[in-house]
Design a protein around this ligand. Structure first.
Ligand code: AMP
Length: 121
């Protein structure tokens, strides 16, 4: 599958320092920051620093070091403040996944009971 990456997407601009973000964690291969429209008391986005559009793009094209570095950062975020009683990880991809920003990211949601995994519709 061909994976295109738009370098003008908003998370690419965050990585280039062109727009601000509320950083939770920064490592060699990943940046974690607070979602601008939080859906739970804790809503953190974790993104790789490389130009990958979706999870499948990242997991097939990134180097082992990038993949390890990214998931280690996710682990650190999931051990951070506010997630002691559990969390949910979401990765939306492309149209049916309703992905809004075409730079791979996972949502870490926590801080309240999150309900069923999917709502109807
Ligand atoms: P998705 O639908 O999985 O692509 O989710 C994209 C997420 O990015 C949404 O939850 C938005 O609220 C969030 N978002 C968009 N722009 C920003 C921004 N500048 N800073 C932080 N979060 C953002």
């Amino acid at each position: 599958m061909q994976h295109d990456y738009d370098p003008e997407n908003i998370f690419a601009k965050i990585l280039r320092g062109e727009i601000p973000n509320n950083t939770v964690l920064e490592t060699e291969h990943a940046l974690a920051f607070r979602d601008i429209r939080p859906q739970a008391p804790v809503h953190i986005l974790v993104i790789p620093k490389g130009p990958y559009a979706t999870l499948d793009h990242f997991c097939t094209a990134a180097s082992d070091a990038e993949i390890a570095g990214f998931w280690r950062a996710v682990g650190q975020v999931c051990e951070g403040a506010g997630v002691e009683q559990g969390f949910r990880l979401i990765a939306n991809a492309r149209e049916h996944g309703l992905q809004e920003v075409p730079h791979f990211h996972v949502h870490v949601l926590a801080g309240r009971s999150l309900g069923p995994i999917l709502s109807a519709g």
